[in-house]
Design a binder for this molecule. Structure first.
Ligand code: SAM
Length: 298
């Protein structure tokens, strides 16, 4: 055994020696492209689980084969999640360990899984998260966007009017915006973003992350449609789209924001907005709208 393989063996042994309680649901992140992006704990749980609940049986069998594993698979997708949850709860009550996976990345993030987790928790049983790949976080980590916060949106509506009104609601957020998008809609979605956010903000088009044709392109939004149109390959594959947040308010706006936040910590929205308007001389309606956004976590 060379030095590297003995290191690998001892790390695998570490993972195997940790605690893996029975009667627990293991929410297990799988790779988003590169099959090596899976944690040692996740691999160990796949090896010892009594069953794996999955979004798509074929995809998950392929994944398991890749690691030399064969397991009983239970379908748990968006059309049967509630019934699947009941069956999983029965298994857990009988002392089994069940792993929950989606097709790629972290279950319950723009994927099925939340209802199963909800049912298991409601039954008073243990849920153990096994963290790993998530397309959103992977794209953010390589984006170089310096916004202090991010706001995860996931998929936008497919119809232009609804999409643009959803974007309008996000236009004032001082946080990087994180979207998932399908290749056949990427051009129109970027066009809608340009319409709503204007040409100045940075956009990051993170395509085929961790795969052979991975590309992470960042440019001002105004340049993005032409960049996409310049090469049909740039519109292929899976996308995470990031958009820089709204610029920070400066001067009087920043003061009003500070005052509003202080008042909101103690008072209801309407009263906070009224007082903030009196103190700062800013418009009450605008402060009221902003106060609602702050309350919503924006
Ligand atoms: N649960 C997954 C996660 O944790 O990221 C997301 C599942 S969601 C149904 C699938 C979407 O995630 C794709 O349509 C795409 O927008 C994004 N995505 C998944 N894998 C990706 C990849 N390798 N590169 C870029 N985007 C990806």
């Amino acid at each position: 055994m060379n030095q590297n393989s003995s290191v690998a063996a001892s790390i695998l042994l570490d993972a195997a020696q940790q605690s893996y309680p029975v009667s627990a649901l293991y929410v297990l992140a799988t790779p988003i492209g590169n099959a090596c992006d899976i944690s040692l704990r996740a691999l160990h749980v796949l090896a010892i689980a009594d069953a794996v609940a999955c979004e798509d049986i074929r995809n998950t069998s392929q994944l398991l084969q890749r690691y030399g594993l064969s397991k009983q698979l239970l379908a748990a997708h968006e059309h049967n999640e509630r019934e699947a949850a009941d069956k999983i709860v029965e298994r857990l009550r009988a002392g089994q360990r069940v792993a929950l996976v989606s097709d790629a990345g972290t279950p319950a993030v723009s994927d099925p899984g939340a209802r199963v987790v909800d049912a298991v928790r409601a039954a008073g049983l243990q849920v153990v998260p096994l963290p790993g790949a998530s397309a959103a976080v992977t794209a953010l980590s390589a984006s170089g966007l310096t916004d202090e916060r991010f706001h995860f949106v996931g998929f936008l509506p497919s119809k232009t009017r609804q999409r643009e009104s959803a974007l309008q609601e996000l236009a004032g957020l001082q946080a990087a915006l994180v979207f998932y998008e399908a290749p056949h809609r990427i051009v129109e979605t970027v066009q809608s973003m340009l319409e709503v956010f204007g040409p100045e903000r940075q956009i990051v088009l993170a395509r085929e992350l961790t795969k052979l044709f991975e590309s992470i392109h960042r440019c001002p939004l105004g340049e993005a449609p032409a960049w996409l149109e310049a090469d049909a390959n740039r519109q292929r594959g899976e996308f995470v789209v990031l958009v820089q947040g709204a610029p920070a308010a400066d001067g009087d706006d920043a003061d009003a924001e500070r005052v509003l936040r202080i008042l909101l910590a103690e008072l209801p929205v309407k009263q906070a907005a009224t007082l903030a308007a009196q103190i700062t001389g800013q418009k009450k309606n605008a402060l009221y709208e902003r106060a609602l956004q702050i309350k919503d976590g924006a």
